[in-house]
Design a protein around this ligand. Structure first.
Ligand SMILES: [Cu+2]
Length: 130
């Protein structure tokens, strides 16, 4: 009787162990410190938000989108320069290495008003934000 049940019980135990391992891996993945993500939408002729505050030496990922025409995101102080293509998510990883206020702007001509399409990055010491 018991010997007939035993293989089935082993399979059940193996399945349970597998689930437990998967759950543990899931927790491990969640335990990784996720990089801060900031979404910035570009439209004629502004970025939203137009001002962001970052922590010095802490990586962030900017997620840039537009629904209109190809735009640019150029932050020369951080040598960051990417194109923002309509309908695509452009991810830009940035590690600000100094404090201060720095400009970014659209560097792809997108129409009248393009010249004024800019924003600011404030970089503060880690922990000084809010
Ligand atoms: Cu532009």
């Amino acid at each position: 009787m018991q010997s007939a049940h035993s293989p089935r019980r082993r399979r059940v135990l193996a399945a349970v162990a597998c689930c437990a391992a998967t759950a543990a891996l899931g927790r491990l993945a969640l335990a990784q410190p996720a990089e801060r993500v900031i979404r910035i939408a570009a439209k004629k002729f502004e970025f939203t938000p137009a001002e962001i505050t970052l922590d010095k030496d802490v990586p962030v990922v900017l997620e840039l989108t537009t629904d209109e025409v190809t735009m640019g995101f150029n932050a020369p102080d951080f040598k960051a320069d990417v194109e923002i293509i309509p309908g695509q998510l452009t991810r830009l990883r940035l590690v600000p290495d100094r404090t201060g206020t720095f400009d970014f702007h659209c560097d792809v001509f997108c129409g009248d008003g393009h010249e004024d399409m800019s924003g600011r990055i404030h970089v503060v010491q880690r922990g000084a934000r809010d």
